[in-house]
Design a protein around this ligand. Sequence first.
Ligand code: PYC
Length: 324
Amino acid sequence: MRVIDSHTAGEPTRTIVEGGPYLDSGLGAGTLAERAARFEAGDGWVRSALLTEPRGFDAMVGALLCPPDDPACETGVIFFNPVGKIGMCGHGTIGVAATLAFLGRIAPGTHRFETPVGIVSVDLRDANTAAVENVESYRTQAGVTVEAEGLGRVTGDVAWGGNWFFLCQEAPLPLAMENIPALTEAAARVRIALAQAGIAGDDGSEIDHIEFFGPPVSADAGSRNFTLCPGGAYDRSPCGTGTSAKLACLAADGALAPGALWVQESIIGSTYRAHYRPGARGGIVPTIEGQAFVVGETRLHFAPDDPYRAGIGSPFLVGGGGGR
Ligand code: PYC
């Protein structure tokens, strides 16, 4: 399998550019959402083999390029992390755009990418800079309080930005890099508390991304965030879908006007520039601009006698594609 690695505002993306035939599910026909569900159910070894040790690490997000349903789109893309598929991924979209530019497959201009949750528009400004117009984003619940173990009462909003988020205005401790392990633990407890309280997104979807907000360091940023992604890794970037969810909350509160600039700072200090326009279904359509850089091109090998070919601790070690 050939992959190209990039990072967007510090957050890694590993794009599969050759080797699709190694997928056990074969993905088959159907909508991109159906193919993504098949990938999630049948290709678990791909997630662990690509995104965990010894080939990767758990903050990596994978991007599987596939034919789009809509021929007007440049590509379809299924994003995934070590624990499953991700609906949309803002940093990953910018990473895929920089990767396709690196490969000479796209030039500066506007391109449409299809994701399992909808089509996004990517304005590639130069080899590294892209603005992504995301799927329509909206808040579903404001001021929800849960009791989280060791934290007490935690209040936040539930919003969709291409994934489901719980956004807490008050962080349990300062958003500083030395607090990342404690913030990760706290966010995981909030996620458990939400599930236990039965608080979910539309159609009972799990709220699998937790965001804490605090004051920014950079003078032009509106806030700093810490985002826990599904599984145990935090987002090094300001999280594209999380920033979309944040804009939806700001818009719902009347705190940010359409077209006004919002700069979101991440826990490592990287930033996205964002704004929104009103959406057709009562939400907002956010645009997130950031930079990605290609950091490596790798051909991955899966020796049949390598006991860790599907990743250390992978449940997908034998049988299926894990044996390839
Ligand atoms: O940028 O949307 C994002 C994202 C989701 C999970 C990791 N990054």
